[in-house]
Design a protein around this ligand. Structure first.
Ligand SMILES: [Fe+2]
Ligand SMILES: [Fe+2]
Length: 268
């Protein structure tokens, strides 16, 4: 299978120069095999620019899965829909439209979605709101709400526990492949639930935000040790994994952890 990171905080590919890729705080990835777009970044500008640069038309995706309602993952929805000429299925958690706030230096800021259900309907979107695992295609699931039995949730500045945090799980011949947006549910919870949903006994790859920002060094080491024990072939912690978190993963899992950002394409 082939996965591309379309939007990310980081530009790690020298091809960014030639392709004029854009980076921004947020995340989006594309799974070519099933034409699934996972998240849309913050503004839509980076998403559309980078899609086109990588040869992906705005009309290519059949399904958009939103990892959670935060604007750095849902902020590209309006521009994406404006650029399309055919309907799109959008899979999201039931509380997609709930208000969301984060506390920053400047005070409390609203960080929820910037569109309404009426807007989606006016664009012909088929909206699928879920709480349980939702099978998009054979062996491919939007996780639904992820049970949290391990460690603290990775909420960062968010003022709620972000129960809507959903991963994309794919059953691969070599184990579970998981895409994660911000990783608010906690890495262990995301992986353990994915193994269960996909009926896999091993983690093959995890790509996306692991939300190590704000965690203690000891907790990051604990998560890295956990991942190591799962024997993954590929770990790409990016976006809100944070620079020191990415460095810690790289040090703990030298064979598996890669430092990659927007424009990276993986053959898995
Ligand atoms: Fe995020
Ligand atoms: Fe988030």
């Amino acid at each position: 299978m082939r996965v591309a990171i379309l939007v990310d905080n980081y530009l790690t590919q020298p091809s960014s120069l030639r392709l004029k890729l854009l980076g921004e705080w947020g995340f989006s990835a594309y799974v070519y095999d099933w034409k699934i777009l996972y998240d849309t970044g913050l503004s839509g500008t980076a998403l559309l620019n980078n899609m086109r640069a990588l040869g992906i038309s705005p009309d290519d995706p059949d399904v958009l899965v939103l990892s959670h309602r935060h604007i750095d993952h849902t902020g590209g929805v309006k521009k994406l829909l404006d650029a399309r000429s055919r309907p799109l299925t959008v899979v999201a958690h039931e509380n997609l439209f709930a208000k969301a706030y984060a506390r920053f230096e400047v005070g409390e800021v609203e960080i929820g979605v910037d569109f309404t259900r009426d807007f989606l309907e006016s664009k012909g979107v088929k909206l699928v709101l879920v709480r349980k695992p939702y099978e998009i295609a054979e062996g491919v699931w939007a996780s639904g709400e992820i049970p949290r039995s391990w460690g603290p949730s990775h909420t960062g500045a968010a003022l709620d526990l972000v129960p809507d945090d959903m991963a994309l799980y794919i059953r691969h011949p070599e184990g579970l492949v998981a895409l994660t947006g911000c990783g608010h549910a906690g890495v262990e919870n995301i992986v353990e639930y994915g193994l269960k949903v996909a009926g896999a006994d091993r983690l093959h790859a995890i790509i996306g935000g692991l939300h190590f920002i704000g965690l203690s060094e000891a907790r990051v080491r604990e998560v890295a040790e956990y991942l190591k024990a799962k024997g993954p072939g590929l770990i790409v912690g990016t976006h809100c994994t944070g620079v020191s978190g990415i460095a810690a993963l790289h040090a703990a899992l030298p064979g598996a952890a890669e430092v990659r950002g927007a424009g990276a394409v993986f053959e898995i």
